[in-house]
Write a protein that binds this ligand. Structure first.
Ligand SMILES: Nc1nc2c(ncn2[C@@H]2O[C@H](COP(=O)(O)OP(=O)(O)OP(=O)(O)O)[C@@H](O)[C@H]2O)c(=O)[nH]1
Length: 438
């Protein structure tokens, strides 16, 4: 299990941080990116009232008079889905950018882009934005002998809401990143570190029973090993979609619940979690379902939650925290790293580009972070390049008199300033790729 957790390490800050490059679709955090952006606060110039515009930039935020970022907005977000929606597009930024560039009344066109890769990046962004909980502490502050841990397997049919519940519990921390960490049988869903306690959540795909109430034998070792390894967890959450159960019960889900709840397992606590309670109008129905499973001795507790809306989740988390055992943590708590910020800066600019360039062009453009400097006055200098295969594509992206790239830049700049809560000197350049010599 330790092996899976270590796959999350790329989130650590790198002392020498290479530039990130985003070919489309978005590439997530990686410690082996190419090119050469640097983080070099020592070589940064002394604080200057206004940064000098870059000579050959197509967009330079220094040329625009933008308001100073206000106080850090409170962004305590527990529901990642609504957080993502909020972050996807803020029309006020667009309106302000339009006004700055084209005067009042400029038209606004909004396009929803549902790419999963962006969701992941936005979830990362959300994770990065979350202020630390009061109970959060630096990893260094909790001595190994004081660390408490709990590994939790989540069992449920596809769509039961395992990821949503984990996201809500974890507050998106790590969960988005961990999606990359596919293991043969179990996938880490998220890590919650609070105070001296760390809880790791694992998905257990393939853990379903056939109609006869036995594990599928045919498919594979994968299913078998999923079954044999569930006992490794300290605690098992068996979850199901209670709304679906009321409307269209699935016999396999019922068998799964019963099988896992038939006997008390001396080495593992198990809880039954009725999810999506928000979809059940008549709450008496919930009690009916609870009654249906009340005689199962294997479940120590029953929880009624809405993973998506956060209902009942606090109680569940508290219960889990209380079950933790004295054992060193498997994983460093996630911290906002420079790598995360770089990814965010690329994603925000890319998002703005996708909103403004409605042709296939975004998909042939290479997008690179060329320079990243934290200046002594606390502001950031961020230089990104778009590299287009053809001159005509460059022209479209730059727009008439720089209007397109200006719009992209000004909106992105404003959003980055509000995300990073500091001044950002954003420089964008659009270049045509050099032809490779044969
Ligand atoms: N209304 C409502 N919808 C939910 C809730 N939890 C999850 N959903 C929705 O149910 C769908 C499945 O949720 P996921 O969290 O992806 O479910 P999962 O169990 O991880 O699914 P798999 O990855 O297929 O195993 C998504 O559309 C969620 O938005 C809930 O509490 N209430």
């Amino acid at each position: 299990m330790r092996r899976f957790l270590h796959a999350l390490r790329p989130l650590q800050t790198l002392s020498h941080t290479p530039a990130s490059t985003i070919p489309t679709p978005l590439r997530l955090l990686s410690s082996n990116s190419s090119a050469a952006a640097s983080s070099d606060s020592d070589s940064a110039p002394a604080p200057a009232p206004a940064p000098a515009p870059a000579a050959d930039a197509d967009f330079d935020s220094a040329e625009y008079d933008l308001p100073t970022p206000g106080p850090a907005p409170s962004r305590k977000i527990n529901n990642p889905v609504s957080a993502l929606r909020k972050l996807r597009f803020d029309p006020s930024l667009r309106a302000r950018a339009d006004e700055a560039l084209f005067g009042k009344g400029a038209a606004v066109v909004v396009e929803e882009d549902e790419e999963r890769s962006r969701d992941v990046a936005l979830a990362l962004l959300d994770a990065a934005l979350q202020p630390p909980d009061e109970e959060d502490v630096d990893a260094g502050e909790v001595r190994e002998e004081d660390q408490m841990s709990l590994s939790v397997g989540i069992v449920g049919a596809p769509n039961a809401g395992k990821s949503s519940l984990t996201n809500t519990m974890v507050g998106t921390k790590v969960s988005a990143v961990s999606r990359k960490t596919n293991t043969t049988t179990h996938e880490i869903l998220g890590v919650l570190t609070k105070g001296n306690t760390q809880i790791c959540f694992f998905d257990t795909p393939g853990l379903m029973l056939g109609h006869h109430g036995f594990p599928y034998r045919d498919v594979t070792v994968r299913v078998e090993s999923a079954w044999s390894s569930i006992n490794l967890y300290d605690l098992l959450i068996v979850m199901f979609d209670v709304s679906r159960h009321l409307n269209m019960p699935d016999s396999r889900v019922i068998k799964l619940i019963k099988r896992l709840g038939t006997e008390v397992n001396p080495n593992q606590r198990r809880v039954l979690c009725m999810n999506k309670v928000d979809l059940v109008e008549d709450k008496k129905d919930l009690l009916k379902v609870a009654k249906e499973f009340e005689d199962l001795p294997g479940y120590e507790r029953y929880f009624m939650v809405s993973g998506l809306k956060g209902k009942g989740v606090k109680d569940l988390v508290q219960y889990l925290m209380d079950q933790a055992v004295r054992r060193p943590w498997e994983e460093e708590p996630t911290v906002m790293t420079e790598e995360v910020m770089k990814t965010i800066s690329l994603e925000v600019v890319r998002e703005k580009m996708l909103h403004h360039i409605h042709q296939e062009i975004p998909y042939v453009i290479e997008h690179r972070l060329m320079d990243w400097k934290e200046l002594k006055d606390g502001s950031l200098r961020v230089e990104q390049h778009f590299i287009t295969p053809k001159q005509s594509q460059r022209q479209i992206l730059v727009g008439k008199n720089g209007s397109k790239i200006g719009r992209i830049g000004i909106e992105a700049n404003e959003e980055l300033r509000s995300i990073f809560k500091r001044d950002v000197h954003l420089i964008l350049q659009v270049r045509v790729a050099k032809k490779k010599s044969a």
